[in-house]
Design a binder for this molecule. Sequence first.
Ligand code: FMN
Ligand code: SF4
Length: 274
Amino acid sequence: MEIGSLELENRTWVPAMVPWRATEDGFVTQDPNWIDADETKVRAFLNDAPDAIIDRVLNERELESLRFGYRERVTDLHLPHVRELPRVLPGIFADAAHRGREAGFDGVELHYAHAYTMAGFLSALNQAVYPYTGQSGYECMPTTLSDKLGPFGRSVPLVARIKHAVNAAGFSTPVVATGGITTFEQAEAILQRGDADIVGLARQALADPDWFVKVKLGRGDEIRRCTYTNYCEALDQAHRQVTCKLWDRKQLDEPGIAMAADGRRRLLPPKWRE
Ligand SMILES: Cc1cc2nc3c(=O)[nH]c(=O)nc-3n(C[C@H](O)[C@H](O)[C@H](O)COP(=O)(O)O)c2cc1C
Ligand code: SF4
């Protein structure tokens, strides 16, 4: 089918989801032990040092960097390149999109969920330079634990409003609904109502990468359903290789499986046999 300038074979996909598998400079590797030993040793030393010593030397942000790895935030306005982001980012993104087109990609996704750059622009906590324009954080990656509505499709009404505004302005840029979408019925209803052009499933696709095939074959009862407790997200926040608690300790005696750097988790789920 055609949506805007895109030709799609189906209308579900996996949105951005960092799995901590690449090298430091962004190259793909199969090697789960890519972090170089020297840094690991230094971190191990610092991690083992008594808190009393470390707390005296490092501030709160530095402690977070030490324990979880350094991360820039859009609130780091003391950094000139961060302060300038709202002005320079559209150009950087446009250049990247051009390079993507030249490399043969059909499109790029501008992803506004959770804790990353674009979402930073939506945060109510940001300073005046980034005005608050919508919801972020919990609403983008809710868990079943914190509220009776659960994580299911909370952002769909907002996505529908965005899609209608985009279309009313005469554009056909595809708009993707993501966030707690887990069943075929949910995804189909969103598409049927015209609330979005495409449905994204991040955690559900991690819990069961065969979701798409199983749905297509009408074997939805065999899907491993995500429980939305954010075990995977906690690994991401700790800069550890992302796996799913529903399968990462299963069939560990399978020959030749790739294991996480901690040696306790498999990196890929057991194969589904049709
Ligand atoms: C482990 C993990 C890593 C993620 N990494 C990214 C990321 O690198 N960039 C991003 O914009 N969103 C990231 N997300 C957010 C997802 O793309 C998605 O918006 C969010 O999980 C809500 O969708 P879901 O309910 O289908 O999981 C990540 C989510 C998870 C669970
Ligand atoms: S770890 Fe939990 S929240 Fe993450 S994909 Fe698996 S079941 Fe879902």
